[in-house]
Design a protein around this ligand. Structure first.
Ligand SMILES: Nc1ncnc2c1ncn2[C@@H]1O[C@H](COP(=O)(O)OP(=O)(O)OP(=O)(O)O)[C@@H](O)[C@H]1O
Length: 603
């Protein structure tokens, strides 16, 4: 049953590889297949011609070979066909090379699309990363190799059919004998394939760790700290240890396979010798004409060589096809949840009161929920602040309000209607994350990515940059807004932490969404810039609902409502004044911070 399932998997993966080749370049695929069919036909015809020529020579005797009527045309046909088919083989190889490049591109694109379409919570699961890593691995050359291997297999099958057909004419009993000689190699290949596949799966996590260490050791962003801490040797040591484990396991597997293969090939060689011995014996007893025996020896040699090469490749084909199952399962819509295209939202559309009703959420694999039974209300145009100590659940709650994670229980309501389409909700939201992304692309892209589905509007980009206080320094860059923001690119420049933060803010302004979530938006700004931003917040985001997370409580005093979180729950809510008067959590936090400043303000 397990063997049947394995065969079923291999067959469906082979069909998948053919479909990929068809999608990538159907004309090239047809060309390559036709070339193989023609070459196989030529091989069978060649054998029959060889037999005819041998028969003619033997009938007239070697001395009369030149006068034999059938010999000269047969040799001429063989030579001309040999030249023509050489050219055909070259054209097939060239189309095959182009086809493999196109398949590679198609598959790499499929993996990227599936990764982009996967919902955020999946990125919290180690299993998802294992699958992603294996799919990326499987997308690199594997489908193209599958196509090459399948074409080679097809060629071998055609050879078997062609030479087998010629054997039927000459000595049919040779066929099973030659086929049996390949059985030991085929069996060894099957065991090899399964063992390789298991090893590949077992090493997924270790490979991911190794790749992560490679990124740490070679990344520009990490280079500074790694040198400051002198971490290079330690991290390289860990990388070496991970790689050594992989090499050790692979070496053990390959040694065992090599032994098994050698034994199988020896048995195959004995069986091929047996077939040639039978021909010898039959020709000696005149059970078979000498010309047939001669052509059959050539056929046995051709067939067993091709069969053994094919059987040897079987492990590679099987392993390769099994890897395609990783690719197939990752790119399948059920796994990646492909999002259907939607109409872009109108940013000016009315945005009602956004309420959270008893929201609960726990990260996959985490011990307990990060947000517990949180209810709150954000009225249109309000500035609402979330405060609390580290790990109290502010960013997680912000992610839920932004529709980045579906809550485990509870719900979001917009204007009294439950929000069920989180993707549509995200389009109405602009988020500046605490650890926002620094796109090492043009400054213009960094801002225009705020509305990625519309053509960049230069006037609005400038306006957004101005609102975020980024316009002056962007204009001062060597290529203005077109400067790549990465020194690793020609003509590139880098920004300071605060300048990057202003760029992230400019992206939020440019998005022009009715709900704005700012998670520590001023952490990298100087005190003056921070004060300026908070004092202008209402004016800058006029008419929008703003959720503000900040540890600097001085900055949130102006908020319409402040929610204090602790352990994932809202423990207090109210305006700054109300919370101070209550004299509980917020007041304690505020006073602790205020005491640190000589000019504390308790009003
Ligand atoms: N991706 C994650 N997977 C598992 N647990 C997480 C993840 N992100 C956060 N947590 C946990 O969830 C809890 C709430 O974290 P969260 O980042 O929401 O807190 P926060 O109040 O924003 O903290 P900070 O002020 O430090 O930014 C913490 O216990 C944290 O360890």
């Amino acid at each position: 049953m397990a063997a049947e399932r394995r065969v079923g998997t291999l067959v469906s993966s082979a069909a998948f590889a053919v479909r990929l080749a068809w999608l990538a370049d159907r004309r090239a695929l047809v060309h390559v297949v036709l070339v193989q069919v023609l070459l196989a036909g030529a091989m069978a015809g060649g054998l029959v011609l060889v037999q005819g020529a041998l028969g003619s020579v033997l009938a007239h005797g070697p001395g009369a070979a030149g006068r034999s009527p059938g010999l000269v045309p047969a040799v001429v046909v063989l030579l001309v066909a040999g030249g023509a088919f050489g050219a055909l083989r070259l054209s097939g190889a060239a189309r095959m090379a182009v086809l493999t490049v196109k398949v590679d591109r198609l598959v790499a694109g499929m993996v990227l699309e599936a990764a982009v379409a996967a919902e955020l919570p999946r990125f919290e699961e180690p299993d998802f990363h294992d699958r992603l890593q294996r799919a990326v691995f499987a997308s690199r050359r594997q489908p193209a190799m599958a196509v090459v291997l399948l074409v080679t297999a097809f060629q071998a099958v055609l050879t078997v059919l062609a030479v087998g057909g010629a054997f039927v004419v000459m000595a049919w009993w040779l066929l099973p004998l030659v086929l049996v000689s390949a059985v030991p190699t085929v069996r060894a290949a099957g065991r090899e394939r399964s063992a390789h596949h298991e090893l590949h799966h077992g090493l997924s996590e270790s490979r991911r760790l190794r790749e992560y260490l490679e990124r740490l050791l070679t990344g520009r962003g990490e280079a500074r700290e790694i040198r400051a801490l002198d971490l290079g040797e330690v991290l390289t040591g860990r990388w070496q240890a991970e790689y050594a484990r992989e090499v050790r396991d692979t070496e053990a597997l390959l040694t065992a396979h090599a032994r098994r293969r050698m034994a199988a090939q020896a048995v195959g060689a004995v069986l091929t010798c047996l077939a040639v011995g039978c021909l010898w014996w039959a020709a000696g007893r005149r059970l078979l004409p000498l010309s047939v025996a001669g052509a059959a020896v050539a056929g046995v040699w051709l067939l067993s060589a091709r069969l053994n090469t094919f059987a040897g490749m079987l492990s590679g084909i099987g392993e390769n096809l099994l890897r395609l199952t990783d690719l197939r399962s990752f790119t399948a819509p059920a796994v990646a949840r492909v999002v259907t295209p939607r109409q872009p939202q109108d940013p000016a559309a009315e945005f009602g009161t956004l309420s959270a009703e008893r929201l609960c959420f726990g990260y996959p694999g985490a011990d307990g929920p990060a947000v517990r039974e949180v209810s709150l209300e954000l009225r249109p145009g309000q500035v609402v602040a979330l405060v609390g100590v580290n790990g109290s659940g502010k960013s997680t709650l912000a992610n839920l309000l932004a529709g980045l994670y579906p809550p485990d229980s509870g719900r979001l309501l917009l204007g009294g209607t439950a929000v069920t389409d989180l993707a549509a909700h995200r389009e109405r939201t602009a988020v500046v994350f605490q650890d926002f992304t620094r796109y090492r692309l043009a400054a213009l892209d960094n801002i225009a990515f705020g509305r990625p589905h519309a053509a960049a509007d230069l006037d609005r980009v400038h306006e957004a940059a101005r609102q975020a206080g980024a316009l002056d320094f962007l204009r001062g860059l060597p290529g203005g807004l077109l400067t790549p923001l990465g020194k690793e690119f020609t003509g590139g420049a880098d920004l300071s932490g605060g300048q990057w933060q202003r760029l992230a803010l400019a992206r939020a302004f440019y998005r022009d969404a009715p709900l704005v979530i700012l998670d520590e938006p001023t952490a990298a700004l100087d005190a003056q810039a921070e004060d300026q931003l908070f004092s202008q917040l209402r004016q800058l985001f006029a008419g929008r609902t703003v959720v503000l997370i900040s540890h600097r409580l001085r900055s949130v005093r102006q908020a319409d409502r402040i929610y204090v979180l602790a352990g994932g729950r809202v423990v207090e809510e109210g305006s700054h004044g109300e919370l101070l008067r209550a004299g509980a959590h917020y007041a304690t936090l505020f006073r602790a911070q205020a005491d640190a400043y000589q000019d504390a303000d308790f009003s």
